[in-house]
Design a protein. Structure first.
Length: 143
């Protein structure tokens, strides 16, 4: 009887673990630590602007919030929407944004994750090729 109970428990555990949905590697909250609006080696943005931003991904949705200061100008950014991730091809559909002109737009990016660091390169053409003036964002996963 103990053997049957033990085997039933093991089989149940295996079935439950097999039926659990696999979590996307980007799910969670990430802190933006590097943001270059142009090419990878452009550091002028980093030295000109004092800023902070976090971005959170769930199964289907993303959201971000941040604050930027440049000279005497200060502004908050926020937004969110849905996304799809297929391999390293990432596409956002903006539903909410502090700048209303972004609402309804779509952005294609290439994502790369190395351990707890996420790189997002944006400004893709329709064939998923980076445009010459692409931007790079670097995030670290928050625990």
């Amino acid at each position: 009887m103990k053997k049957i109970l033990f085997l039933s428990l093991i089989i149940s555990s295996i079935i439950v673990s097999c039926t659990q949905e696999k979590k996307s590697p980007i799910e969670g909250t990430w802190k933006l630590i590097l943001g270059n609006p142009k090419l990878d080696d452009d550091t002028s943005f980093q030295t000109m602007v004092k800023w902070g931003q976090i971005k959170t991904w769930s199964k289907e949705y993303f959201t971000f919030v941040g604050h930027y200061d440049q000279d005497t100008i200060s502004f908050d950014v926020f937004g969110g929407g849905t996304y799809t991730l297929n391999g390293d091809k990432y596409e956002e559909h903006v539903i909410y944004h502090n700048d209303k002109s972004y609402i309804g737009t779509k952005y294609k990016c290439i994502l790369e994750i190395r351990n707890d660091t996420l790189f997002q390169k944006c400004r893709m053409d329709n064939n998923w090729k980076l445009q010459e003036d692409y931007g790079t964002e670097k995030y670290i996963r928050l625990k």
